[in-house]
Design a protein around this ligand. Structure first.
Ligand code: OGA
Ligand code: MN
Length: 202
């Protein structure tokens, strides 16, 4: 598996599941960086965020490079993807934002888009999984749909797996998890303009 394969699939289908993106050892190093403090995730962005635990019940912790070398390494890998996407598809990806997510038993995230065409600057979504002993009974499946609501894939959140898709084109949901479930969700953004001002901060 390689960056080329990722590019090919994004170009052809708009989404890709990259298994063994990181080795078992790298996953276990990254797991050491899983934070102990969490915030209830919110819906919406900017001033328009609100908690809505009918729609999502996961908890999040925003990532930054000071969280340890494995996190820095992960962010470096994302930067490599960003560079490649910009070179190949002129996507104009400008920055990457990401958070750890924790789903406890019973947690879920209803079907949603990560961004709506024209109204957000999130263009490409990544989700990486950190769950070392996942079995089908644990639930927590990521279901990916197309814009006509046809189901494209049911993706188990298994360790080392990276999912990448165009943020504006694929509704998706996280089914109820029966087990503690960890992932890293991230978004490459373009530099937007809002109210005549360049919009570089969320
Ligand atoms: C998200 C999301 C998917 C997952 O955080 O927006 O869709 O499988 N996460 O954790
Ligand atoms: Mn999402």
């Amino acid at each position: 598996m390689s960056l080329d394969k990722l590019m090919e699939n994004i170009e052809k289908h708009g989404w890709f599941v990259w298994d063994d993106f990181l080795s078992a050892e790298q996953v276990s190093e990254l797991r050491q960086c899983i934070p102990s403090e969490w915030k209830q995730a919110k819906i919406g962005r900017r001033d328009d965020t609100h908690q809505d635990t009918r729609r999502r019940t996961d908890k999040i912790h925003w990532m930054n490079a000071t969280m340890g070398a494995p996190v820095q390494d992960y962010l470096d890998r994302m930067a490599a993807i960003q560079t490649m996407m910009n070179q190949r598809f002129f996507m104009g990806l400008f920055e990457y934002e990401s958070h750890f997510s924790k789903y406890e038993e019973g947690d879920f995230y209803e079907k949603h888009y990560d961004s709506f065409q024209g109204s957000s600057n999130r263009r490409l979504t990544t989700v990486f999984y950190l769950n070392e002993e996942w079995t089908p009974e644990h639930g927590g499946i990521l279901k990916l749909y197309d814009q006509h609501d046809h189901r494209l894939a049911e993706i188990e959140p298994i360790a080392g797996r990276l999912v990448v898709f165009l943020s504006e084109e694929f509704p998706h949901e996280v089914c109820v998890s029966q087990q503690e479930r960890y992932s890293i969700a991230g978004w490459f953004r373009v530099n937007g303009v809002k109210d005549g001002v360049v919009d570089i901060a969320q």
